[in-house]
Design a protein around this ligand. Structure first.
Ligand SMILES: [Zn+2]
Length: 135
């Protein structure tokens, strides 16, 4: 049986700058120009003050693990070669949370509040995935 291909993101027009930056190995989020709060995931209006006066800004790529799980059984799937792999919610220094993977890590040492930093994994010519690794 052939291993299924990994899915690629379905990109809404307002999220395009995020994926364009990721392809250049830069992590960006939106920030509201009216209330100055960072926003993630990409939206058409600020979830804090409902302004549509948003900008894209490069962020540090540094954060901590807010929560995580280790996927050890997900067969048959496109991810079988990566198992076991880590799915985590990362809390960035800027305050927003991002669902991603933690890579290059010892699974026994993973814990909440662990400091992590951004790394990138090219998926296709169009998509590069932001991931995180322990600092
Ligand atoms: Zn706002």
């Amino acid at each position: 049986m052939d291993t299924p291909k990994k899915p690629v993101p379905i990109v809404n027009p307002w999220a395009r700058p995020f994926w364009d930056a990721a392809r250049e190995e830069r992590l960006v989020t939106q920030r509201c120009k009216d209330c100055d709060k960072f926003i993630f995931y990409p939206r058409i209006a600020c979830p804090h003050c409902f302004s549509d006066n948003l900008e894209w800004v490069e962020v540090s790529g540094k954060g901590t693990i807010y929560s995580f799980t280790v996927v050890e059984n997900n067969a048959p799937s496109a991810f079988i070669k990566e198992m076991p792999y880590v799915v985590a919610i990362i809390k960035l220094e800027e305050g927003v949370q991002m669902l991603s993977n933690v890579v290059e890590c010892d699974l026994d040492e993973l814990h909440c509040d662990m400091p992590v930093e951004i790394t990138f994994e090219k998926l296709t010519d169009e998509f590069t995935l932001p991931k995180f690794r322990p600092v």
